[in-house]
Design a protein around this ligand. Structure first.
Ligand SMILES: [Zn+2]
Length: 232
Protein backbone atom coordinates (compact mmCIF):
# COMPACT_ATOMS: atom_id res chain seq x y z
CA UNK A 1 0.00 0.00 0.00
CA UNK A 2 2.98 2.27 0.41
CA UNK A 3 2.85 3.28 -3.26
CA UNK A 4 -0.34 5.20 -2.48
CA UNK A 5 1.74 7.41 -0.33
CA UNK A 6 4.55 8.28 -2.73
CA UNK A 7 5.05 11.99 -2.59
CA UNK A 8 3.71 12.12 0.95
CA UNK A 9 5.34 13.77 3.88
CA UNK A 10 7.90 14.14 5.28
CA UNK A 11 9.63 15.33 2.14
CA UNK A 12 12.65 17.52 1.50
CA UNK A 13 11.77 21.19 1.00
CA UNK A 14 12.64 21.96 -2.61
CA UNK A 15 14.12 25.28 -1.54
CA UNK A 16 16.20 24.61 1.59
CA UNK A 17 16.58 20.82 1.40
CA UNK A 18 15.48 20.28 5.00
CA UNK A 19 12.44 18.15 5.76
CA UNK A 20 8.96 19.62 5.44
CA UNK A 21 6.49 17.76 7.65
CA UNK A 22 3.34 18.96 5.88
CA UNK A 23 2.07 21.19 8.70
CA UNK A 24 -1.10 23.03 7.75
CA UNK A 25 -0.31 26.73 7.39
CA UNK A 26 3.46 26.18 7.51
CA UNK A 27 4.24 23.92 4.51
CA UNK A 28 2.50 23.24 1.21
CA UNK A 29 2.84 20.89 -1.75
CA UNK A 30 3.45 22.73 -5.02
CA UNK A 31 3.36 20.35 -7.97
CA UNK A 32 4.59 20.96 -11.53
CA UNK A 33 1.15 20.16 -12.95
CA UNK A 34 -0.25 23.14 -11.06
CA UNK A 35 1.73 25.46 -13.31
CA UNK A 36 0.71 26.26 -16.86
CA UNK A 37 3.12 26.16 -19.75
CA UNK A 38 5.65 28.53 -18.23
CA UNK A 39 7.51 26.62 -15.59
CA UNK A 40 10.84 28.27 -16.25
CA UNK A 41 10.92 30.38 -13.09
CA UNK A 42 10.63 27.29 -10.92
CA UNK A 43 13.81 25.90 -12.45
CA UNK A 44 12.51 22.34 -12.16
CA UNK A 45 12.10 22.70 -8.41
CA UNK A 46 8.73 21.42 -7.19
CA UNK A 47 7.21 19.55 -4.32
CA UNK A 48 6.84 20.30 -0.65
CA UNK A 49 8.20 23.54 0.65
CA UNK A 50 8.20 25.49 3.84
CA UNK A 51 6.06 28.56 3.24
CA UNK A 52 8.74 30.63 4.94
CA UNK A 53 11.33 29.38 2.45
CA UNK A 54 8.95 30.14 -0.40
CA UNK A 55 8.32 33.67 0.80
CA UNK A 56 12.00 34.36 1.48
CA UNK A 57 13.03 32.92 -1.89
CA UNK A 58 11.38 35.79 -3.74
CA UNK A 59 9.40 33.25 -5.79
CA UNK A 60 6.19 33.38 -3.74
CA UNK A 61 4.43 35.85 -6.06
CA UNK A 62 5.46 33.87 -9.13
CA UNK A 63 4.21 30.62 -7.66
CA UNK A 64 0.95 32.29 -6.59
CA UNK A 65 0.41 33.62 -10.11
CA UNK A 66 1.55 30.33 -11.63
CA UNK A 67 -0.87 28.12 -9.72
CA UNK A 68 -3.79 30.57 -9.74
CA UNK A 69 -5.50 29.23 -12.87
CA UNK A 70 -5.04 25.64 -11.74
CA UNK A 71 -6.65 26.34 -8.40
CA UNK A 72 -9.61 28.05 -10.13
CA UNK A 73 -10.07 25.14 -12.53
CA UNK A 74 -9.73 22.45 -9.93
CA UNK A 75 -11.87 24.18 -7.31
CA UNK A 76 -14.18 26.51 -9.29
CA UNK A 77 -16.39 27.21 -6.28
CA UNK A 78 -14.46 30.06 -4.63
CA UNK A 79 -14.75 33.50 -3.10
CA UNK A 80 -12.30 36.37 -3.47
CA UNK A 81 -11.22 38.61 -0.60
CA UNK A 82 -8.88 41.55 -0.07
CA UNK A 83 -9.27 42.97 -3.61
CA UNK A 84 -8.47 39.60 -5.13
CA UNK A 85 -5.27 39.08 -3.14
CA UNK A 86 -6.80 36.08 -1.40
CA UNK A 87 -9.19 33.34 -2.46
CA UNK A 88 -10.89 30.50 -0.68
CA UNK A 89 -11.67 27.47 -2.86
CA UNK A 90 -14.14 24.80 -1.79
CA UNK A 91 -13.80 21.11 -2.58
CA UNK A 92 -16.99 19.35 -1.61
CA UNK A 93 -15.66 15.81 -2.35
CA UNK A 94 -12.69 16.41 -0.07
CA UNK A 95 -14.80 18.47 2.36
CA UNK A 96 -11.99 20.97 2.53
CA UNK A 97 -11.15 24.55 1.67
CA UNK A 98 -7.92 25.58 -0.01
CA UNK A 99 -6.78 29.13 0.69
CA UNK A 100 -4.66 30.85 -1.95
CA UNK A 101 -2.84 34.12 -1.32
CA UNK A 102 -0.90 36.36 -3.66
CA UNK A 103 1.76 36.55 -0.93
CA UNK A 104 2.43 32.85 -1.36
CA UNK A 105 0.49 31.43 1.57
CA UNK A 106 -1.48 28.29 0.80
CA UNK A 107 -3.33 25.89 3.07
CA UNK A 108 -5.89 23.14 2.74
CA UNK A 109 -8.23 23.15 5.71
CA UNK A 110 -11.07 20.68 6.40
CA UNK A 111 -14.63 22.04 6.53
CA UNK A 112 -14.92 20.65 10.04
CA UNK A 113 -12.18 22.99 11.29
CA UNK A 114 -13.54 26.24 9.83
CA UNK A 115 -17.11 25.44 10.77
CA UNK A 116 -16.15 26.32 14.31
CA UNK A 117 -15.59 29.88 15.44
CA UNK A 118 -12.08 29.10 16.64
CA UNK A 119 -10.47 27.95 19.85
CA UNK A 120 -8.66 29.58 22.74
CA UNK A 121 -5.15 28.73 23.81
CA UNK A 122 -3.60 29.49 27.16
CA UNK A 123 -0.20 29.79 25.50
CA UNK A 124 -0.89 31.62 22.24
CA UNK A 125 -2.48 35.01 21.65
CA UNK A 126 -3.94 35.36 18.15
CA UNK A 127 -2.85 38.35 16.04
CA UNK A 128 -5.39 41.21 15.91
CA UNK A 129 -8.24 40.37 13.54
CA UNK A 130 -7.39 36.66 13.54
CA UNK A 131 -8.64 33.51 15.22
CA UNK A 132 -6.89 30.33 16.26
CA UNK A 133 -7.97 26.89 15.10
CA UNK A 134 -6.73 23.52 16.29
CA UNK A 135 -5.63 21.38 13.34
CA UNK A 136 -4.23 17.89 12.87
CA UNK A 137 -1.72 17.47 10.02
CA UNK A 138 -0.60 14.08 8.73
CA UNK A 139 3.20 14.27 8.96
CA UNK A 140 4.23 10.72 8.12
CA UNK A 141 3.37 7.04 8.06
CA UNK A 142 4.55 3.88 9.71
CA UNK A 143 6.97 2.24 7.25
CA UNK A 144 7.19 5.50 5.29
CA UNK A 145 10.39 7.32 4.35
CA UNK A 146 12.10 9.21 7.16
CA UNK A 147 10.12 7.23 9.71
CA UNK A 148 13.22 7.12 11.91
CA UNK A 149 12.56 10.72 12.99
CA UNK A 150 9.40 9.49 14.72
CA UNK A 151 11.29 6.70 16.45
CA UNK A 152 9.92 7.57 19.89
CA UNK A 153 6.43 6.70 18.65
CA UNK A 154 7.25 3.22 17.37
CA UNK A 155 6.54 1.59 20.69
CA UNK A 156 2.81 2.23 20.62
CA UNK A 157 0.00 4.66 20.08
CA UNK A 158 0.04 6.25 23.53
CA UNK A 159 3.20 8.27 23.34
CA UNK A 160 3.70 11.75 21.96
CA UNK A 161 6.58 13.80 20.59
CA UNK A 162 6.87 17.53 21.22
CA UNK A 163 6.53 19.16 17.79
CA UNK A 164 8.88 22.13 18.29
CA UNK A 165 11.51 19.86 19.82
CA UNK A 166 11.36 17.52 16.82
CA UNK A 167 11.61 20.43 14.37
CA UNK A 168 14.68 21.68 16.20
CA UNK A 169 16.26 18.20 16.17
CA UNK A 170 15.86 17.83 12.42
CA UNK A 171 17.15 21.36 11.76
CA UNK A 172 13.86 22.68 10.43
CA UNK A 173 12.71 25.10 13.11
CA UNK A 174 14.40 28.10 11.49
CA UNK A 175 12.44 27.39 8.29
CA UNK A 176 9.05 27.57 9.98
CA UNK A 177 6.98 30.63 9.09
CA UNK A 178 5.23 31.03 12.44
CA UNK A 179 6.77 28.81 15.13
CA UNK A 180 4.64 30.43 17.85
CA UNK A 181 1.61 28.61 16.40
CA UNK A 182 3.34 25.30 17.08
CA UNK A 183 3.88 26.00 20.81
CA UNK A 184 2.58 23.03 22.75
CA UNK A 185 2.10 21.05 19.51
CA UNK A 186 2.44 17.26 19.68
CA UNK A 187 2.90 14.41 17.24
CA UNK A 188 0.91 11.23 17.89
CA UNK A 189 0.72 7.84 16.22
CA UNK A 190 -2.88 7.06 15.26
CA UNK A 191 -4.68 4.56 13.01
CA UNK A 192 -5.24 5.81 9.45
CA UNK A 193 -8.77 6.72 8.39
CA UNK A 194 -8.17 4.21 5.61
CA UNK A 195 -8.05 0.93 7.51
CA UNK A 196 -6.05 -0.72 4.72
CA UNK A 197 -3.12 1.58 5.41
CA UNK A 198 -0.53 1.62 8.16
CA UNK A 199 -0.78 3.94 11.15
CA UNK A 200 -0.18 7.65 10.62
CA UNK A 201 1.79 10.20 12.54
CA UNK A 202 -0.35 13.27 13.11
CA UNK A 203 0.80 16.64 14.39
CA UNK A 204 -1.70 18.59 16.46
CA UNK A 205 -1.06 22.31 16.44
CA UNK A 206 -2.65 25.70 15.80
CA UNK A 207 -3.50 27.55 12.63
CA UNK A 208 -4.25 31.26 12.55
CA UNK A 209 -6.90 32.54 10.14
CA UNK A 210 -8.06 36.13 9.49
CA UNK A 211 -11.61 36.99 10.55
CA UNK A 212 -12.75 37.78 7.01
CA UNK A 213 -11.45 34.40 5.79
CA UNK A 214 -13.31 32.62 8.60
CA UNK A 215 -16.57 34.44 7.77
CA UNK A 216 -16.28 33.85 4.02
CA UNK A 217 -15.39 30.21 4.65
CA UNK A 218 -18.57 29.66 6.64
CA UNK A 219 -20.67 31.02 3.78
CA UNK A 220 -18.79 28.93 1.23
CA UNK A 221 -19.23 25.76 3.29
CA UNK A 222 -22.96 26.42 3.63
CA UNK A 223 -23.19 26.97 -0.10
CA UNK A 224 -21.28 23.77 -0.85
CA UNK A 225 -23.30 21.64 1.55
CA UNK A 226 -26.55 23.27 0.35
CA UNK A 227 -25.58 22.35 -3.20
CA UNK A 228 -25.27 18.73 -2.15
CA UNK A 229 -28.68 18.75 -0.51
CA UNK A 230 -30.28 20.11 -3.67
CA UNK A 231 -28.70 17.35 -5.72
CA UNK A 232 -30.19 14.60 -3.61
ZN1 LIG B 1 12.58 24.99 3.42
Amino acid sequence: MSELRDGGVPEQCFICGHLALGLTGQDFYLAPYMLGQDRSFADDRYGYCHLRCLQESGLAGKWAAGVSDHFCERWPDFVELDDGDRRIHASFPARSLTVWSVEGWFATIPFSILRNSGVESAAIEPSPGHRLFAVASVVGFVNGPYEAIFGDLRGGPQREIDLLHLLEEIGTLEHILEPRLLEGGRIERVPSDNTALDDEYRAKHFLEVADNVVEASALLINRATGWKRRRR
